[in-house]
Design a protein around this ligand. Structure first.
Ligand code: F6P
Ligand code: MN
Length: 305
């Protein structure tokens, strides 16, 4: 079964179907750009102060054009843009979309997998009225040896791979689920570990328990590893990862797969208010037991602001 057929069966909302298919079509062009064009730093920064790469901007443009053509999306925010962009003003019930065009882009030039992540919202006029619970769907793409597409519209999490010959995404795994007890961890923000209470104890705990480290510098690829293997945990205890572009889309998928995404203060990521489009949060995300165990160590570092 291909992606279009699966969406037809699994999602009543035509606008959501069209948006996911537009993102899938964009992913093929983004992958092509990654394969053929040299990756260079530009002289521009995004709102998080990260120097933008040529590919971040190319992917951003590709996605914006594909989304506009759907007629289903009124507005979007992108990690590469300073403010919300609207194709059409305030169309009730149309979708609003948040995406990171190339997540982890700085590791692409080392030959590592990178990805696109996207949260799709309905029923909000602007993101500042929303939480991650307003997402009606979430999708990501991983650009590695093949393009992998994983989506959820609130009815399970489904994985597809792009077939270059048939030129379509074919279903590989339906209803991905996370189980407890898989000893895989990813941990970012080591450089801040001195300032984060419980951080060193957590690393020692994982070491004693025999966890394997899987951390690539690209959250999308690492989250795909967790969903694909069916367990484990990814933690970024410093507040760097953005709610709209990274935390919310993955939290939606992980909850759908039976796991948890928390902010170190015991709050679900999906319940956090969005006060600015580039808001960030600490995140513990993965199988329930692993998240709850890590939370016991890192709760000490909870800062509610
Ligand atoms: O876009 C943010 C991001 O690149 C994630 O994809 C990744 O997990 C993280 O930042 C890497 O951060 P660091 O370089 O601090 O490990
Ligand atoms: Mn990112």
């Amino acid at each position: 079964m291909n992606l279009a057929q699966h969406l037809q069966k699994n999602c009543e909302c035509k606008d959501t179907q069209k948006t996911i298919l537009a993102a899938a079509s964009a992913s093929i062009d983004i992958y092509q750009a990654l394969k053929v064009q040299k990756i260079e730093y530009t002289h521009q920064e995004n709102t998080s102060g990260e120097t933008q790469l040529s590919h971040d901007l190319i992917a951003d443009e590709i996605l914006a054009k594909k989304l506009e053509a759907t007629g289903s999306v009124s507005c979007f925010v992108s990690e590469e843009r300073a403010s919300e962009m609207c194709f059409i003003k305030h169309i009730p019930n149309k979708l609003v979309v948040a995406f990171d065009p190339i997540d982890g882009s700085s590791v692409a030039s080392s030959g590592l997998a990178v990805g696109t992540s996207m949260g799709i919202y309905r029923g909000v006029r602007n993101f500042l009225e929303a939480t991650g619970r307003h997402q009606v769907a979430s999708v990501y793409f991983v650009y590695g040896p093949r393009i992998i597409c994983v989506y959820s519209t609130g009815k399970g999490v489904h994985l597809f791979a792009y077939d270059e010959e048939a030129k379509q995404f074919n279903l590989e795994q339906e209803n991905l689920k996370l189980k407890d007890g898989l000893k895989i961890c990813g941990i970012g923000s080591l450089q801040k570990s001195d300032n984060i209470a419980g951080f060193t104890d957590l690393i020692n705990h994982w070491g004693k328990e025999g966890f394997s480290l899987r951390y690539s510098g690209s959250m999308t690829a690492d989250m795909n590893g967790i969903l694909k293997r069916g367990g484990g945990i990814f933690a970024y205890p410093d507040s760097k990862l953005r709610l709209l572009y990274e935390c919310n889309p993955f939290a939606f998928l992980i909850e759908q797969a039976g796991g948890k995404a928390r902010d170190m203060c015991g709050r679900d990521i999906l319940d956090l208010p969005i006060k600015a489009i580039d808001d960030t949060s600490p995140i513990l995300i993965g199988a329930t037991k692993e998240v709850e165990a890590a939370e016991k160590f890192l709760m000490k570092a909870c800062k509610i602001n």
